[in-house]
Design a protein around this ligand. Sequence first.
Ligand code: URP
Ligand code: ZN
Ligand code: ZN
Ligand code: ZN
Length: 463
Amino acid sequence: MTTLIRGGTVVNADRAFRADVLCEGDKVVAVGENLDAPPGATIIDAGGQYVMPGGIDTHTHMQLPFMGTVTADDFFTGTAAGLAGGTTTIMDFVIPDPKQSLLEAYRSWRGWAEKSAGDYTFHVAVTWWDQSVHEEMGVLVRDHGVNSFKHFMAYKNAIMADDETLVKSFRRALELGAIPTVHAENGELVYQLQQELLAKGIRGAEAHPLSRPPEVEAEAANRAIAIANVLGTPVYIVHVSCAESLDAIARARAKGQRVYGEALAGHLVIDDSVYRNPDPAFARAHVMSPPFRSPHHQQALWQGLQGGNLHTTATDHCTFCAEQKAAGKDDFTRIPNGCGGVEERMAVVWDAGVNTGLLTPSEFVRVTSTNAAQIFNIYPRKGVVAVGADADIVVWDPSGTRTISAATQHSKGGFNVFEGRTVRGIPTHTVAAGKVVYERGELRAEPGAGRHIDRPAFTPTAA
Ligand code: URP
Ligand code: ZN
Ligand code: ZN
Ligand code: ZN
């Protein structure tokens, strides 16, 4: 299996240059000008296009059992949708039930993920604490290539981690050379605000953002950062959605603390007016946590990406169909939380980031791929187009356009939060592990072609 990508401009996080890229098997074997095509090679004409490392989505939930149901996309449909959009690796989450063995949950998720069409790797959530959790974190790091642990500071009476769990798990992660990550929202505040809203008879999706204001997120972000500071651990904050959380990250980093932040494509371009839409199903379809925010917060997130206080872009891809969302039609606290985006992230960030001049193409690569690979220690296998790297490549047409719609998406769930948005800058080809899996609208995703990616502990490189 040999593929020559000819005539494009290679864009890495550090530089952009004219070069052909030769892939053999699942690796890049040559990058340079005027490479000869070996006999039988597939040739991709990348003239006028960019040749970039495949996207890494640091935050997805495929086939997630959550809030009494299971997400619409499984590991095949979800990773296939990613490939269609230029994302070649997803980082998903093993979420053990409280009291469940981490290893048992990990094995379940690994089983479900075997049908993945693209590469995948797992953060493991710590949702409770005892000595067995301490032990199993060690086994996961040593024997299973896990180097990040997730903590939900929200979802009281379900998967919320209390402060004891946070402190003990952060300390254990430090010892193991793994990075703690947090969903930062004060779960007690969310719960109390939800009860107050329900008691006042405010029961629709319009109540969702009222129960999760920015200060609720900022409190948890500040707390997680403070705990990490006391213990001397790095910390990675997932789906930063508001200026106040970003300020917490910026303050800590200015003092030398190693704090990383993730922005979601949705939070960058969608505002909270969606919750006031007269169609209740439309409003419900946008229920995710943290919620979409006002344009003031969106602007702050872009500045965070530009200024280096936010490092990665993800989606939190977690799709539920209209019937699933309707479980909460009379009680917004029962609407399964989550929205899609794995297929759209690259084009949405390019269109709203690069076309506007907020990001350069190299900065785009940094926040869609390279930083993720470095923070989570799979660089330079992933996150760069270079000899020896995995042949995960997206050929990007900066002048191609597409209008996003649920009618044409590969993702399941029947809804698209980016519906009707016309983006300029789209993938023409996606190469994953050396295979052309997407070509100008034709998706050739294969169940089981994706591989589990081990991530060693003690990351030596980070942004
Ligand atoms: O609403 C969301 N984000 N659903 C998925 C679980 C999580 O909080 O990341
Ligand atoms: Zn979350
Ligand atoms: Zn999530
Ligand atoms: Zn359905």
